[in-house]
Design a protein around this ligand. Structure first.
Ligand code: CA
Length: 241
């Protein structure tokens, strides 16, 4: 019998019904996965953004924010972690919304734990190629190792706070696009966390000081609109492998 944590995959479970949450968590741990759980949409979103996950098991009907909205927010932020939805029984509207909402698979309640474990293993196998592609984000000489949560500019490693890291990651995932302050707040700060648009400027200035204090600037201010991270003009240099 595998020990909990004997497999390398980390699974986030978001489910508000305690008996189901306990059963699913126990079954996945019994299979050897490391599992953490959340009981509401906002709590799930915060955990999803602040951790490294190989898969999310996501209930659709959740307090605070439903599972589809949560998944859309992750996808909009560039996160393509595989998602298995737990849906209400035979609700076709649920299923359609699930697949347009970026889910990889779904299970209809009530389901057997054996079925759940099989689906989880199947989705993880399909996602293996994707996981290694996801690990690194590179723009010019900026490299973000998303598994290790480490950042380099050229050959220099840069230490970032969790918020600075999420801000930089969001800008880098959307490299070349101008992102407005409200968009940035929406994707970088936890749901319901009150931050003024000037707070975004503060964090942009922290990032600039830590990794953009040179001629080839990556983070641009687009006056009256927001910010964009893009390759320095005229630069032909390739990112370090
Ligand atoms: Ca529910």
């Amino acid at each position: 019998m595998p020990e909990p944590g004997s497999r390398e995959e980390r699974i986030l479970l978001v489910e508000d019904e305690e008996p189901i949450r306990d059963l699913v968590q126990t079954a996945l741990r019994f299979t050897g996965f490391t599992v953490e759980s959340a009981a509401s949409g906002p709590e799930g979103l915060a955990l999803a953004r602040n951790g490294t996950w190989h898969l999310i098991v996501l209930d659709v009907n959740l307090p605070g924010m439903d599972g589809f909205a949560l998944c859309r927010r992750l996808r909009d932020g560039g996160d393509d972690v595989p998602v298995i939805f737990l849906t209400a029984r035979d609700d076709p509207a649920d299923l359609r919304a699930g697949f347009t909402g970026g889910g990889d698979d779904y299970l209809t309640k009530p389901f057997s734990l054996e079925e759940l474990v099989l689906r989880v293993e199947a989705v993880l196998r399909r996602g293996q190629g994707r996981a290694s592609e996801r690990a690194r984000i590179a723009v010019a000489d900026l490299v973000i190792d998303d598994d290790a949560h480490r950042v380099w500019r050229g050959d220099r490693e840069v230490e970032l706070s969790p918020t600075e890291y999420r801000l930089l990651r969001y800008l880098a995932m959307n490299a070349g696009r101008v992102l407005s302050r409200p968009q940035i707040i929406d994707h970088v700060w936890d749901y319901g966390y009150a931050i003024e648009p000037s707070g975004v400027e503060t964090y942009i200035s922290y990032l600039r000081r830590k990794l953009d204090d040179r001629d080839a600037r990556l983070i641009r201010t687009v006056r009256g609109v927001g910010y964009a991270l893009r390759e320095p003009d005229g630069a032909s240099e390739e990112p370090e492998p």
